[in-house]
Design a protein around this ligand. Structure first.
Ligand SMILES: [Zn+2]
Length: 420
């Protein structure tokens, strides 16, 4: 639906910032199979934007344009589906957060070598600057490189954190920002980078015992577009057809070559989950693939950070069958989540993505496990659970998200350090 409205706006040659005035998000709960089917049919119609999947007895967040609210309510009412308003006016919430951010972020002091303070969401340039500033200040720990270029020619930054020693040390690979609108992801990932590096002296074992690789913003083009044009943009910004500048972008997390296009992705380039038509059509997914493969033989855990829903997910997405070593994956996830929850009581559920959420094929985690052979591969869906903000998580939750997620990452690192 968003894309259709963007189409209208762009047809008159003024691609203004995408307005969500009067857009409303409802939370609906399907209590039986018939109600779930009614919601699934609604999702298939592509008339509404589903922020979260349809699941029995779980909330599903559905965004409607003002013109279609009555149609949505009719479906709820004719199927007796329990529902409530979750966000009354999406644009109001976006505006409130942008006002909070301010437009001019001033460098805090001459001692800070970068802008990031984790009390706001920052732009691509700030994240890039942060990486190079750490590299310049901590050359004994941090190596920054360019893993590739985005479609719009932005550097895809790769941060290696290592205190040296054996090049066969076990490693952890982390990425963020595959989906453009999930701003809490790169914010949390950079928070953890900072914790490992700037607080190294407080807990050197987390760097001494494992090497880390971070790609904090896999999809910088989409991320920038979400800042400048459409806050809820998901895909990258590749133009598939020069004569059609509206159905732009591929879902990078449906573009990996493992059981590609076997459900839960779209062949329609206008769709938010467009898989690209073929595997690895996107420069961002290729760069991520190559960066992972370069260290795959010693990488024991791949953590791909998304939002929202508070889920700690294992493969697979393409089948509800579980990986052969699921019990071990589940056990480590349980320990990590317990440490996370202990901080503020934030609850995560754990399970395979096809079982817990929905079928999805071509995501990076399935490929990382199925092809790159990384055993402890997880997709982490950060805050919130959706009762309030969904993708529009307020910036005052960045630091709490960073603090609690760091506790989970410590558990992963401790386990990885001991793996054969
Ligand atoms: Zn995502």
């Amino acid at each position: 639906m968003k894309e259709l409205v963007v189409l209208v706006i762009c047809l008159i040659q003024i691609c203004v910032a995408f307005p969500y005035h009067g857009y409303r998000v409802y939370e609906a709960v399907a209590k039986n199979a018939a109600q779930a089917q009614a919601l699934s049919d609604l999702e298939m119609s592509e008339l509404f934007d589903f922020w979260s999947p349809v699941r029995l007895n779980k909330p599903t967040d559905i965004m409607s344009s003002p013109e279609q609210i009555q149609q949505l309510l009719d479906v709820f009412n004719s199927n007796s589906i329990q529902h409530k308003i979750k966000i009354d006016d999406v644009q109001q919430l976006i505006d409130a957060q942008q006002n909070h951010m301010g437009n001019e972020i001033v460098k805090q002091s001459s001692s800070l070598r970068y802008n990031l303070t984790w009390d706001n969401y920052y732009r691509y340039d700030d994240i890039r600057e942060f990486a190079y500033a750490l590299g310049a200040s901590y050359p004994e720990l941090v190596t920054v490189s360019v893993a590739g270029k985005s479609y719009e020619d932005r550097d895809l930054i790769l941060i290696k954190i290592s205190s040296g020693g054996s090049a066969s040390k076990n490693a952890i690979f982390v990425d963020g920002g595959i989906h453009a609108c999930e701003w809490i992801s790169p914010a949390t990932v950079t928070y953890i980078v900072r914790e490992l590096v700037e607080n190294y002296a407080a807990h050197p074992q987390y760097v001494d015992d494992v090497d880390w690789f971070f790609m904090p913003l896999v999809n910088p083009d989409g991320y920038e577009f979400a800042h400048t044009d459409n806050r809820l943009w998901r895909k990258n910004r590749r133009i598939h057809d020069e004569t059609n500048t509206t159905c732009v972008g591929t879902d990078i997390n449906r573009n990996f070559d493992y059981h590609f296009d076997e459900g839960g992705s779209s062949d329609n380039s206008c769709a938010p989950t467009y898989n690209g038509g073929q595997p690895f059509t996107e420069p961002e997914s290729r760069a991520l693939r190559d960066a992972i493969l370069a260290e795959a033989n010693r990488t024991k855990s791949y953590l791909t950070v998304h939002s929202y829903g508070q889920h700690w997910l294992t493969p697979w997405g393409w089948t509800t069958e579980l990986p052969a070593d699921y019990d071990a994956m589940y056990a480590l996830a349980s320990d990590a989540v317990a440490a996370l929850t202990a901080v503020y009581g934030t609850v995560y559920d754990i399970g395979s993505s096809a079982n817990l959420l929905y079928a999805n094929s071509g995501p990076s985690d399935d490929w990382a496990k199925g092809v790159a052979g990384i055993p402890y591969t997880y997709t982490i869906e950060l805050r919130d659970q959706g009762p309030v903000y969904g993708f529009l998580l307020p910036p005052d939750q960045i630091i709490p998200s960073g603090i609690e997620t760091w506790e989970a990452f410590k558990v992963i690192a401790e386990a990885v350090a001991l793996m054969e």
